[in-house]
Every structure is written in structure tokens, then in C-alpha cells.
Design a protein around this ligand. Structure first.
Ligand code: TRP
Length: 332
């Protein structure tokens, strides 16, 4: 049986952090053996906020390098840059004709942008979900590893697929969000305010590019409060966060020792944070170093991305040919 097709887009703004690792990259790496995977850097999507042209290449290469350094194998998956696959833009226009202004205006992520950047409500932002649908449907993907915040976009992609199929004939399968297990892994920030994030709480977020000393400093500053005074007292949110991070990073036996120490009030949060910092360093340092080496080897990265684009275009051009034919763009 042929492998199921998987697509996911990686935003090229900001530095990748542990939240991205456990929320996305980790899933990509787990999928790469069993599925036919297309993973791309979404550089067109990033243009809706007008990044400085000088920065674009560096952003794209860094994100690609960090994904490879985290275990994504460009031999197994097609890893490419969105703008290297022009077929996506043609399908984007065709899907635009099947999408209504009213439904785009209702999308929560769009409404949020209207609130947060009223000075730049451009049509690219409005049609962001159409471009995302084109990214997915161009490979006729059925599974899309994304976070909860992308569910509405996926529902729109399914609507566009169905509208196309009903009007022009069966071509696109319905894509569904995918994750391993029912709970998505949440990586709490070190200051107890929500999750690790690309732009907020820089000091409470561990980035894959952070050096050892930075990781130590950020971790030691994490809020922990006073040691418990009563045996078996319930944990504050800050302490629960530290334990959640520890469960991702630290050997189970050691985590159990700290839990026991919490229960009998002998825990010292300073020691716990030191342990956590060293375990995060052990996790991040090899990824950081591999990513840095790759970023220095531009020729190799370019070769990887060009090969990825070739694989992606082979699949994309087949879909586009079938799409044009069904629509009636079939003149010669
Ligand atoms: N919108 C996604 C995000 O913000 C990124 C993305 C763009 C994407 N195109 C995609 C994800 C296609 C999955 C499939 O994270």
C-alpha cells in the first residue's frame, strides 16, 4: 500500500524553541518513516507582515537548519521552501475563486490581526487560509500535523476541497489535523505565564539557539516560591510547570526523587532548577551545534532545499495538471 500523504508548514519568523520542538518538529520526525511527508518553510506566509528583505534568507535557512538538526531527515521527507514551488500560487488563485470574503473575514486568526495591526490589514492576511489550503491540497495530503490553533484553517481547507470536488469533479481528499495521542504536549514558559512562545517572554522561553549560560540563567530565574511546609501539600502552578518541564527533559528516576522530596518537604528548588537547567542544556546543545554547523554550510543547505523543491514540484505539478483539466483550462 502506498504511504499516506502528510503536509505541514513551518513559519519562518522568530527562533524555534522547546515549544516548537515538542509541538511540531518532534511529530514531523516521528512521521517521517511511515508517511510520505512534505514539510516546507512558509516564507510567503511570512510576507503578510512585511519582514525586512535583508533578513528573509537568514530566517528561512535557520528554520530549515534547526529542523534538520532536530532530526528531520531530508532524505526521507521533501523539505522545501514554499516560494520554490510556484504551483502552490496557481492553485491558491484557483481556490480563491471558491472562497467567500465573508467566510474569510470571520476567521479568528484574521480578526485577531485586525485588532493587533489595524494599520496593515492586507489582502494577503485575509486570504492566508486559502494559501494554507493550497499548500495542503497541492499534494492531496490527508494528514496535517498542526497545533490546535490551526483547526479552523484545516476546516476551511476541507470546505475548499469539497467545493472543488462538487463543482468540477472528485480530486482532493479531505485533510485532517493530526497529532500522536489525544493531548498535545504543552511546554510551559518559565515564568508561569502560558506556553513558551516565539515573541513574548523571551526570558522565559528556551530557544534551540540559546547557549548554555543563557539556559542556566533563564532556568535559575524561573519562579518557584517557598519550599512546601506541610507534607503532601498541593503544588502551585509555578511548581507544576517546573515539574512538567522536568518530565520532558529529565530521567524518570530523578524526577520521581524530586517528587518524593516535594511530598516530604525536603525539596530545594534551587537544586531542582540546577538539575533542570543541566538537562535542558544536554538536550539543546547538540541541536544548537548541529544547526550552527549547517547554517555555516550554505552550499549543503541550498542543495537540500533544491532537492526538496524538486520532489515537491513533481507532486505539485501532477495535482495542478489535473486541477486545470477539471476546471476546463485545457486548450491545446
Ligand atoms: N499557518 C501555520 C502556522 O501558523 C503554518 C502553515 C502554513 C501551515 N501553511 C501550512 C501548516 C500548511 C500546515 C499546513 O503554524
Amino acid at each position: 500500500m502506498s504511504k499516506q500523504i502528510v503536509v505541514s508548514g513551518i513559519r519562518s519568523t522568530g527562533f524555534l524553541h522547546l515549544g516548537n520542538y515538542f509541538g511540531a518538529i518532534h511529530n514531523y520526525v516521528k512521521m517521517q518513516n511511515d508517511y510520505n511527508c512534505y514539510f516546507f518553510v512558509a516564507d510567503y506566509h511570512s510576507l503578510t507582515t512585511h519582514p525586512d528583505p535583508k533578513d528573509l534568507k537568514q530566517h528561512v535557512f535557520r528554520v530549515a537548519a534547526e529542523n534538520i538538526a532536530s532530526g528531520l531527515d531530508p532524505e526521507k521527507v521533501a523539505l522545501y521552501v514554499q516560494s520554490d514551488v510556484p504551483e502552490i500560487l496557481e492553485l491558491y488563485f484557483l481556490l480563491n475563486t471558491l472562497t467567500y470574503k465573508g467566510e474569510l473575514e470571520k476567521v479568528p486568526t484574521f480578526k485577531e490581526k485586525v485588532r493587533s495591526q489595524p494599520e496593515n490589514v492586507n489582502a494577503g492576511l485575509l486570504t492566508y487560509p486559502v494559501l494554507m489550503a493550497a499548500d495542503i491540497l497541492i499534494h492531496r495530503a490527508v494528514k496535517v500535523p498542526v497545533g490546535k490553533d490551526q483547526e479552523q484553517h484545516l476546516e476551511m481547507a476541507r470546505n475548499m476541497a469539497n467545493r472543488f470536488n462538487n463543482r468540477y469533479g472528485e480530486l482532493f481528499p479531505e485533510p485532517y489535523p493530526f497529532n500522536f495521542g489525544s493531548e498535545l504536549i504543552k511546554v510551559p514558559s518559565l515564568d508561569g505565564n502560558g506556553k513558551m512562545s516565539k515573541s513574548e517572554n523571551i526570558n522565559a522561553t528556551i530557544y534551540l539557539a540559546d547557549d548554555d549560560e543563557t539556559i542556566r540563567k533563564k532556568t535559575m530565574k524561573a519562579k518557584s516560591g517557598l519550599s512546601p511546609e506541610q507534607p503532601n501539600s498541593s503544588m502551585t502552578d509555578d511548581i507544576q510547570n517546573l515539574f512538567s518541564l522536568m518530565r520532558l527533559m529529565t530521567d524518570e528516576i530523578i524526577v520521581a526523587q524530586y517528587e518524593a522530596a516535594y511530598a516530604d518537604c525536603s525539596i530545594r528548588f534551587g537544586d531542582m532548577k540546577k538539575q533542570l537547567a543541566e538537562d535542558m542544556i544536554r538536550f539543546v546543545a547538540p541541536i544548537r551545534e548541529r544547526a550552527a554547523d549547517l547554517q555555516k554550510d550554505e552550499v549543503r543547505l541550498q542543495r537540500i532545499l533544491k532537492e526538496g523543491a524538486e520532489k515537491a514540484r513533481a507532486s505539485a505539478s501532477e495535482t495542478l495538471k489535473a486541477t486545470r483539466k477539471l476546471i476546463g483550462i485545457n486548450y491545446y
